[in-house]
Ligand binder design. Structure first.
Ligand SMILES: Nc1ncnc2c1ncn2[C@@H]1O[C@H](COP(=O)(O)OP(=O)(O)O[C@H]2O[C@H](CO)[C@@H](O)[C@H](O)[C@H]2O)[C@@H](O)[C@H]1O
Length: 686
């Protein structure tokens, strides 16, 4: 009920008397309110969205970039004095219903000079198989999916065989390229605390490689450790003021063009402080809402004001907003820009890497976000009574991720399994009903990995390189790891590894509780991670208590994570939930066998070993369920037994994992498809 309340708070609009209980008449004559298909119109939220949109059209401050454009074009004469002051320039310049022919001409000229058209159509030759696949994808889209099960199957069912059958002869297809703008709190190698950084550091490159124009916007963190990564980023000398948190905030932009991608870093003193990206030894930074609201405001301006390579990205772009840090962007598009005719044809896609982090702050902070008051409902989030802290706590908060869930054109998660899990009460983190209501635009695409950085044949972070054809280097890596850790160098002793944030999500509590029992066996265990201080403390204790068998490395150490991935035999991931998980993919690529909890992306990517299937067995690891000490130990013991007693089966497991294709290529093609679907539908918030 709390969720319902949060999602559908205002079912009746006091300003325009619209209600979701019956047909609503268009309010402002020319603006079509029934622009959505019927299944999207059915919820009360849609009504609220429409009303808010209509009202905000008249109350919004003018987006900064447009003030400048209007000034530049000197359209003072064209102003319609019947409009509120702030919107006059804009309406005369940008609105599609622009009335003055002359102004229209000027606007068009300006646009062609500064913007690259975002859809460039070109005919190119592709191989038969790819053509056939494309055709299948289009056919799937044409049959509009309303049925739940069929919907879940849509992306799954793109099989090669099917594709080949459909089309044998066709040789050409239209290649469409987009202007894509990623907004993210992390992008490796510049900034990274986890998988978000990995994905936003490599997916943009894969998309750029497929012909798209791609910009990645993230903060320019200067925290003393990663500063050298920004050395090649040049100050664009474009300082702008964005309006939020009670005034104008000045931000600057730095830029580096690398691997076909425009890496743009938003600069502001709030990103320059010691510690990690989100906090320091005293905990999470108290002003993270400000830091990421600023990122979102700057990100909405960047495509309009930054001439990258001589041209701005322009209005017609696709925003890929990652996690809560970027989730204000779809709301800003709807609340601040579209009412003025800007970004009318842009689309936004929310990518959920981790639903557990939603950017929730007290409701009073809403007024800082630079949004019109009428849009409060889009972010409003009421905690259930049991979750409130004291008698006077009303449970009223703003939830930034929720804002994107209810305004983005499409929603993606990083695996298909997780896309389903978040629509259930168990996996929805309180947002399941809201996400279910948007099921028709919710998909999952399993992450790829950067196969150049994570390649045992050329990896500089490991002492010996190896490949699937010659695994001898892997044994040497294991010996080197054991030596470096001060453990006995024993090729026969299974070495188990864990790498990750020390967090409830990662199931570290299950590791802690089973360690005494596990270490009764003849095994070695290495654990790398940082996060929960109690777990860090436990790691120190365990290292001194199990001197012969356990090593704990507290901290974030990327080269060492590569060495562990190469050197261990088994990689353990007992994650409570896992949207995708990258370490199991890295492990398989390095010939280490994953033992994982059967959840989310882990279930999708680790195929359970079956020694009796095929000639040499089938599968790449073990997935246990439920998440308990007993089932984890049972899976580990089976893996250890296989390692010790069935050498050829083990080698088969390693090789099958190493031969899997985890590159971004196929995932990037699916992203293109989702972008295409986003553009087929009209903008969700107009
Ligand atoms: N102490 C340490 N030292 C060095 N490296 C460390 C480290 N701790 C973690 N890492 C690295 O950080 C990355 C973590 O990847 P995960 O997929 O586990 O990410 P995370 O849970 O942060 O991300 C979320 O986003 C990603 C991306 O979408 C999803 O895969 C995932 O399920 C979701 O929870 C890996 O590259 C790992 O090697």
């Amino acid at each position: 009920m709390a969720v319902l309340r949060a999602g559908l708070t205002a079912r009746y609009c006091g300003r325009c008397q619209s209600s979701d209980l019956g047909p609503i008449k268009p309010r402002f004559g020319s603006i079509p309110v029934f622009s959505q298909p019927w299944w999207r119109r059915s919820s009360g939220f849609m009504m609220v969205r429409r009303c808010l949109l209509e009202h905000s059209k008249w109350d919004n401050p003018l987006p900064l970039s447009l003030e400048r454009t209007a000034e530049h074009l000197d359209l003072e004469k064209e102003k319609d004095n019947t409009l509120p002051t702030g919107t006059r320039d804009l309406v005369s310049l940008r609105d599609v219903d622009i009335r003055e022919e002359e102004a229209k001409g000027i606007a068009n000229t300006e646009q062609t000079q500064t913007e690259v058209p975002y859809i460039k159509k070109e005919v190119e030759y592709v191989d038969k198989e790819a053509t056939a696949l494309t055709k299948v994808l289009y056919e799937k889209k044409e049959t509009k999916v309303v049925d739940k099960e069929e919907h879940a199957q849509t992306l799954v069912s793109f099989t090669k065989e099917e594709a080949v059958e459909v089309d044998e002869g066709e040789q050409t297809r239209i290649k469409v390229t987009y202007n894509i703008v990623f907004i993210t709190a992390e992008a490796a190698p510049y900034s990274k605390t986890g998988g978000l950084g990995d994905v936003c550091g490599s997916l943009p490159i894969a998309l750029a490689g497929r012909g798209h124009r791609v910009m990645v916007l993230s903060p320019r963190y200067l925290n003393g450790t990663l500063n050298s990564h920004y050395a090649s980023a040049k100050d664009l000398e474009k300082h702008i003021n964005v309006s939020c948190f009670g005034g104008d905030q000045e931000v600057a932009f730095f830029h580096e063009y690398r691997a076909g991608v425009d890496w743009v870093f938003v600069d502001h003193p709030c990103y320059h402080r010691p510690g990690s990206l989100y906090g320091d030894e005293h905990g999470t930074f108290g002003d993270n809402q400000f830091r990421f609201a600023l990122l979102c405001h700057a990100a909405c301006e960047a495509p309009l004001v930054l001439p990258l390579g001589g041209y701005t990205y322009g209005e017609n772009c696709l925003f890929l907003v990652n996690d809560w840090h970027a989730s204000l962007v779809p709301v800003l598009l709807g609340a601040k820009y579209r009412p003025h005719g800007v970004y009318k044809d842009a689309r936004s896609i929310l990518i959920i890497h981790n639903l557990a982090h939603q950017g929730v702050e007290p409701a009073i902070t809403y007024e800082n976000l630079g949004l019109p008051a009428q849009w409060y409902g889009a972010l409003e989030w009421i905690f259930p009574t049991w979750a409130r802290k004291h008698a006077l706590d009303t449970g009223a908060t703003v939830n930034i991720l929720k804002g994107a869930i209810v305004t983005a054109d499409r929603i993606l998660t990083v695996s298909q399994g997780y896309a389903w899990e978040i629509t259930t009460a168990e996996g929805g983190q309180g947002l399941d009903e809201l996400l279910s209501s948007r099921e028709s635009v919710l998909n999952g695409i399993t992450n790829g990995i950067d196969v150049d950085i994570w390649n045992p044949a050329i990896d500089k972070h490991i002492p010996f390189n190896y490949s699937v054809d010659d695994l001898s280097g892997k044994n040497l890596c294991k010996a080197a790891l054991q030596k470096a850790l001060g453990l006995a160098v024993r090729p026969d002793c299974p070495l188990i590894g864990f790498i990750g944030r020390l967090d409830y999500q990662k199931g570290t509590d299950v590791i802690l509780s089973t360690m005494p029992e596990l270490l009764q066996d003849d095994v070695q265990f290495i654990m790398l991670g940082s996060g929960d201080p109690d777990t860090e403390q436990w790691m120190r204790w365990a290292e001194s208590s199990y001197k012969e068998k356990f090593r704990g490395w507290v901290g974030f150490n990327e080269p060492f994570s590569h060495h562990i991935t190469a050197g261990c035999d088994i990689l353990l991931m007992p994650s409570r939930f896992e949207p995708c998980g990258l370490n199991q993919l890295y492990a398989m690529r390095y010939g280490s066998v994953p033992v994982v909890h059967c959840t989310g992306g882990l279930r999708d990517t680790v195929e359970i070993f079956d020694p009796f299937a095929d000639e040499d067995g089938r599968g790449t690891g073990w997935a246990f369920s439920p998440l308990s000490g007993e089932s984890m130990l049972a899976a580990l013991r089976t893996a250890i037994k296989t390692y010790r007693e069935h050498k050829s089966s083990w080698e088969g497991l390693m090789k099958r994992g190493m031969l899997k294709d985890f590159s971004w290529d196929s995932a990037a093609a699916k992203y293109e498809l989702i972008m295409e679907w986003a553009l087929m539908d009209p903008p969700y918030v107009r």
